[in-house]
Design a protein around this ligand. Structure first.
Ligand SMILES: *Cc1c(COP(=O)(O)O)cnc(C)c1O
Length: 407
């Protein structure tokens, strides 16, 4: 059975999966064992460079650190992108310690604590304000520290990004300030305490539909213009969100970029004067790092129960919740998976691959066709560079610590 997506995603040599120029067994020897995540720095660098070469030159590309906050990786990405978007105090500290200048870091997220806000204000990072009460709290902190905060207003748009894996704007949402309330709030901002930088309009995530993204970009530029015009202020930066998806499942296709980048070029010129030359920021997480990571585990048992064959591996949902189907998915589907040390074989069998946790939720693949596997073979989950280790309940069932490696 040919899986076109898988064929497209892998690099192989002598029927072995090659990651960062090495076989899985070599990677594991370097990591010191399984389970482990391997991130391919060069692949991620190329993905970012390729995207940048297609985007209009004036667009600033930001990395959303929450997609993969592995510090050595974030440190390298710092030199390849124009800024970071962070979603917690810890991520802010990581961004700063990677040498990202504070004015190129923005902090988003509902429920920012006093510490989150104070750290952002005093470091000079930009706060994407999510409510009017948050704005008032920022004034209070600025007053007590005798300093000024850099802020953008996060807007909950009056439209949705269609065909998104996860919708984060439109309708009633906890994220951002409803668009219809924004002009009044913007025009009443107290500039004794804050520098108004602009707007942040993020609509959704994991989108593989170029037309939906084009439509959202059109609406986003229009909304930004309308809000600033109604408030009679100008902005120095507009963050238009991201949402570019990557293929995970058998019928997924790579997101074609040309319609999106052509449209962005057009919007940049149409709105350049209307938006007073504001910088346009695109923030992406998954699209930059998702294809650059592979999760490797070793087969430790093989059993048949009432006609169904199970491969039991030493890794699982405690490291890769999204692959197990428990990270917000409605229907579980298999990620692209394979035997890293024997990609193809004349004989295959259909198996369920499960982890070591005592719960039926611990699934790595269901009903997949793999070469006849043996204990000691290496099982690989591709497309695992985003929302992997840090998005998983690693303490659950007290398994050995996860290894992460960047090569
Ligand atoms: C999660 C998030 C992102 C990144 O989303 P991806 O789908 O990984 O690109 C960007 N911006 C904000 C505000 C987010 O919350």
């Amino acid at each position: 059975m040919k899986n076109h997506l898988k064929t497209h995603l892998i690099q192989k040599e002598n029927n072995q999966l090659i990651i960062a120029g090495k076989t899985a067994k070599q990677i594991i020897a370097i990591a010191g064992g399984t389970p482990c995540y391997i991130y391919d720095a060069n692949k991620i660098k190329k993905q970012i460079a390729s995207l940048k070469s297609q985007l209009p030159a004036r667009i600033h590309l930001h990395y959303a650190v929450k997609a993969n906050p592995f510090p050595p990786l974030v440190g390298q990405i710092a030199t390849w992108v124009d800024g970071f978007d962070v979603a917690s105090h810890q991520e802010l500290l990581l961004a700063l310690s990677c040498g990202m200048p504070s004015h190129k870091i923005s902090l988003a997220g509902p429920g920012k604590s006093y510490n989150d806000l104070a750290a952002a204000i005093l470091s000079g990072a930009i706060i994407n304000v999510e409510s009017s009460l948050e704005l008032t709290r920022i004034y209070g902190i600025c007053e007590s520290h005798q300093c000024k905060a850099n802020i953008s207003l996060r807007i909950n748009p009056d439209f949705e990004l269609k065909h998104s894996g996860m919708s984060m704007g439109g309708g009633s949402k906890v994220f951002g300030i409803d668009a219809e309330l924004a002009p009044k709030i913007i025009s009443s901002i107290d500039t004794d305490f804050v520098n108004f930088k602009g707007l942040h309009i993020f609509s959704g995530s994991q989108n593989l539909n170029q037309h939906a993204l084009v439509e959202t970009h059109n609406k986003t530029f229009d909304l930004a213009y309308r809000l600033l015009d109604q408030a009679c202020v100008s902005a120095s930066q507009i963050n238009i969100g991201g949402g570019f998806g990557i293929p995970y499942f058998e019928n997924d296709k790579m997101l074609p970029l040309s319609a999106i980048t052509d449209n962005l070029s057009l919007l940049m010129s149409q709105y350049q004067t209307k938006l007073n030359n504001a910088e346009i920021h695109l923030e992406l997480g998954r699209y930059l790092v998702g294809s650059g990571g592979v999760y490797l585990s070793e087969i430790i048992d093989k059993k048949v129960s009432r006609g169904k064959t199970y491969l039991v591996v030493d890794g699982g949902m405690h490291h890769h919740l999204a692959n197990s189907g428990n990270f917000g998915q409605v229907i579980r589907k298999n990620y692209p998976v394979l035997l890293a040390n024997r990609i193809e074989d004349s004989e295959c069998e259909t198996v369920d691959v499960v982890g070591p946790l005592c719960t039926p939720l611990d699934i790595l693949a269901r009903g997949v066709s793999l070469p006849l596997a043996e204990v000691g073979d290496i099982f690989a989950v591709l497309q695992s560079g985003a929302y992997g280790a840090s998005a998983s309940p690693q303490e659950f069932l007290s398994q050995p610590k996860l290894r992460e490696l960047l090569l």
